[in-house]
Design a binder for this molecule. Structure first.
Ligand code: ATP
Ligand code: MG
Length: 421
């Protein structure tokens, strides 16, 4: 019933992946709307007209993204108004929004900016709280040979599109199309086990719910974590999913870091903040990724004290007081080095929890004893210290991602008082 039209030359020449398709179709599926077609077209007046003309004949709802901005390649608004034979009318409400938007940023709007205040006759305006161009909704009444349909134009930039979609479009569609068979989903996120181990651990327990309550179960593998996706489209979906989550928890508790679609770094920062526990990291093989992920989380400054990238032996000695003897006899990639890094880091920063990484990312540098992918993740707290050995034989990017995930997993265990090994 819903068709999506994404506009933009960049989607057709490989300059940008059409991530709106996936993001939008996931939102629709979640709210029980069936997407029947998706199209990507160039920023070209004819292409827009043609795609919209065809789609409104078929679909109950047509969504377009992009081309609402002020530049000359933005022509969705004009083309659609022309196609529907509606005049563009100046909207004073949008004009004041645009003026305020620029004033707040100490900028003067260019004359072209005001094209965004033009609205096809009869359209509903969706205010853009994160940018300039508003979204527009046009109800097109049925004609002799076309059914009634709704045309929704949304801005292209993701940080404008996403909130407009969740805060305004979905509620509007839910109001217009009540009583749909909604699918609800829940993700239980695990780290530390492979996909099949996760399935094995929970598979049998969920069988009765699958058979009797139509529970859907899927496993989604990501670098360093596995999501268990639980779905139900029954009227009592919430109860079915609550029981399913409880069953998954009962068999996999030690590996679960969230059942609320959070990233592990968000959970780490939240838990650390709740108990006022401070964190520091010293990274070799993850090259700063661990720090980067922790500082992606709003509020990290309350608990994250310091991150060092100590790549060379000298840096490990100078900043973390790793002994030259350890480096010579055990090597930079060793349990002992990872542990000394953590102890040195704790002393230097005063953090309650210090976590470190050292490993062989490859493709060179491996040996029989320490093959490419060997990693030690060190930790130190006031009461304990140690290091975990991992084997992550992947390309460098995946290696860093997986290793940072494991380090965050270890951090989380220390935060909630679980045994790190
Ligand atoms: P603007 O005011 O920025 O011109 P707009 O509504 O005209 O906004 P576009 O110009 O089409 O939107 O897109 C703005 C930016 O949003 C693009 O440069 C691109 O980075 C991103 N974008 C647009 N469409 C998509 C898409 N389908 N998938 C991923 N990113 C997209
Ligand atoms: Mg544009």
């Amino acid at each position: 019933m819903v068709e999506i039209i994404n506009t933009g030359n960049e989607l057709l020449n490989g300059a940008r992946l059409n991530t709106h398709q996936q993001w939008l179709t996931a939102r629709f599926a979640r709210h029980g709307f069936e997407v029947t077609r998706q199209t990507a077209i160039a920023d070209n007046g004819n292409a827009i007209e043609e795609a919209v003309r065809e789609s409104v004949r078929r679909a109950r709802v047509t969504i377009t993204t992009g081309g609402l901005g002020p530049t000359s390649d933005d022509m969705t608004r004009e083309k659609i108004a022309g196609l529907l034979g509606r005049e563009l009318i100046h909207d004073p409400g949008i004009e004041s929004h645009l003026e305020e938007f620029f004033a707040k940023r100490n900028k003067v709007p260019s004359p072209r900016t005001m094209v965004q205040a033009k609205v096809p006759e009869g359209a509903i305006v969706l205010m853009n709280h994160h940018g300039t161009a508003p979204g527009l909704v046009i109800d097109i009444p049925a004609t002799e040979d076309t059914p009634e349909t709704m045309l929704i134009m949304l801005p292209g930039p993701p940080r404008e599109l996403y909130p407009m979609m969740t805060e305004q479009v979905i509620p509007l569609l839910e109001e217009r199309f009540p009583g749909r068979n909604q699918m609800r989903e829940r993700f239980v996120r695990t780290t530390g086990l492979g996909e099949s181990a996760v399935e094995e651990a929970i598979g049998g327990h969920l069988e009765p719910l699958k058979k009797e309550s139509g529970l859907g179960v899927a496993f989604c593998l990501h670098p360093g974590h596995v999501d268990v996706r639980l779905t139900s489209n029954r009227a009592d979906a919430d109860a079915v999913l609550d029981s399913a989550v409880a069953l998954v928890r009962s068999s996999l508790d030690a590996y679960i870091f969230s059942d609320a679609e959070e990233e592990i770094e968000e959970v780490v920062i939240r838990k650390a903040s709740e108990s006022s526990i401070t964190l520091a990291v010293a990274e070799s093989c993850t090259g700063g990724l661990l720090s980067n992920r922790l500082t992606d989380v709003p509020g990290a400054s309350e608990v994250y004290l310091c991150g060092l990238t100590t790549y060379s032996n000298e840096a490990k000695q100078t900043f973390l007081r790793v002994s030259s003897n350890t480096l010579e006899t055990k090597g930079a990639v060793s349990r002992e080095t990872a542990m000394e890094m953590a102890k040195g880091l704790m002393e230097a920063t005063g953090a309650d929890i210090a976590v470190t990484t050292t490993g062989i990312a490859g493709p060179g540098g491996g040996s029989e004893e320490k093959p490419v992918g060997t990693v030690f993740i060190g930790y130190a707290t006031s009461s304990r210290s140690g290091a975990l050995k991992m084997l992550n034989p992947y390309d460098r990017e995946t290696f860093k991602r997986v290793t940072s995930q494991q380090a965050l997993g270890l951090m989380l265990k220390l935060l909630i008082g679980k045994d790190p090994d």
